[in-house]
Design a protein. Structure first.
Length: 192
């Protein structure tokens, strides 16, 4: 089965992120879920973003890089929103990546080098009216990424919720999460 390094979003390592990891583990995959906030979890997205700004996005990415040290090279890197920063960076720069799962965010591939690495499959997931995804350039970056990556897929879900797959947050969408999880499990079975 696949080995996944899953990074949490700006709220922190919520019960919903842990539950998502548990669903992947229940399908037989190994999932590592580092805490980039060192135990802090926030009640609002705004407070979580303020924390990320305070510690610095560079620190968030460095903590993600350190979380990968000592793990096998052939990981699938996954992240929710803020967690896409270290996930995408590692998928593009750490040799041996098996794939990447980018939820609710996507950066231009040029952010971490000359483009997406050949032979590394990627899925980008987000809601079609999510202001943090669809209206902030992430959707455009996702479209550009999958247009230039033979093994790239972009999945859009109807709605405006950000972090819809975290069942511990108010914006959770059960139907969209079920479909996302099915697609992720198919991806993991394919890349293992």
């Amino acid at each position: 089965m696949a080995e996944v390094l899953l990074f949490h979003h700006a709220y922190g390592l919520t019960p919903g992120v842990r539950a998502f990891a548990a669903r992947l583990e229940g399908a037989g995959h190994t999932v590592h879920v580092p805490d980039l906030y060192e135990g802090r979890v926030f009640d609002t997205l705004e407070a979580g973003i303020a924390n990320a700004k305070e510690i610095g996005f560079g620190t968030v990415m460095e903590r993600g890089r350190l979380a990968a040290e000592g793990l096998a090279a052939d990981l699938v890197y996954a992240g929710f929103s803020l967690g896409v920063l270290p996930a995408q960076m590692l998928a593009q720069t750490r040799p041996g990546a098996r794939g990447a799962l980018l939820f609710d965010a996507c950066l231009p591939a040029e952010e971490f080098g000359d483009g997406w690495p050949a032979g590394v499959p990627v899925q980008v997931h987000g809601m079609d009216a999510d202001e943090f995804f669809a209206d902030s350039g992430d959707l455009d970056a996702g479209r550009a990424l999958v247009a230039t990556t033979p093994e790239g897929e972009l999945f859009l879900y109807p709605g405006r919720q950000h972090l819809f797959a975290d069942d511990s947050l108010p914006g959770h969408d059960k139907e969209a999460t079920t479909l996302l999880t099915e697609r992720v499990l198919t991806f993991l079975d394919r890349v293992r």
